[in-house]
Design a binder for this molecule. Sequence first.
Ligand SMILES: [Zn+2]
Length: 252
Amino acid sequence: MAEQKSGKEFSNDSLTRLNISIDAKSLMEKLSYRPEAIEIVEDKLRAFCPIHQDKNFRTFTVDLKNNHFKCHYTQCDGYKGGNLLYLYSIVQKVSLGEAAMYWSKTLNIPLEEVKKEGAALAEEEETSAAAPAAEKTVKENHFNKGVSFYTRNLLDEAVKEFEIAKTDDPDKELQIHNMLGLCFMKQGSYDKAIDEFKKGLQCKGYEEKEYNGLQYNLGRVYEASGKVKEALEIFQVLFKKDPKYQDVEQRV
Ligand SMILES: [Zn+2]
């Protein structure tokens, strides 16, 4: 990613991972340009373009296999297309870096910062002198590997990595339950997903935003499995805490 005005640069891998984790329909509803006309057929979303705000034609599509959008109107800034982070940045008029940080926070998916070469070198020397730091890096890889498999839809592989990460990296227990829940949800194993999100909520000592993320995902899986009442209860709690949280406004 060439241009990120926030001053931070994130690895392409982590941006791809983040982009694919965004629920395209929720994003479109959040951008709130004629959300009633959003239509999903198989793996394609069609809508009125939120960039050039078309009045008559649904020129805007998102390929849900890779969360890539395109507007088919040649005069539109979205004609060349791009990922959903880019879409969010154009419509909300923020930098790509800000868009990435927003979604990273909202979805509780970490971004890897790309370090300047000099800094990386200095850190490498430091790491080789301090064994525990090196060990920590190795441990974290299972979690990151899991997220990477998840974003490529290799869900069985992702689950395996997260299971290893459980014993290897107990500090990430909440996030591991969250990711396992997301994997099972994608596989349609809703009961297992519900179980993971609930386990995550029982973890102690994390920041409130982490619990909100889990609640939100639990609400979504309840909704997907037809447990509308349970879903609504959760979205109402989140809405009371923060009416602007994710898309809860539209869900209550
Ligand atoms: Zn357009």
